[in-house]
Write a protein that binds this ligand. Structure first.
Ligand SMILES: [Zn+2]
Length: 52
């Protein structure tokens, strides 16, 4: 049987336990502010790359 690849939370790098969804982990373990910060940082990093 194929073993499921483990999912790691991109924010806290915790392993999401099997049977649990990353989505649930994000909602339960991280505040909206933390999630927003993470997404904002990603977008900003992407935009910086775009500037030559
Ligand atoms: Zn996390």
């Amino acid at each position: 049987m194929a073993t499921r690849s483990r999912i790691e939370c991109p924010i806290c790098h915790d392993e999401v336990s099997p049977g649990r969804r990353l989505e649930d982990h994000l909602v339960d373990d991280h505040t909206k502010r933390k999630l927003a910060k993470f997404v904002a940082a990603e977008v900003e990093a992407f935009e910086e790359e775009d500037v030559s």
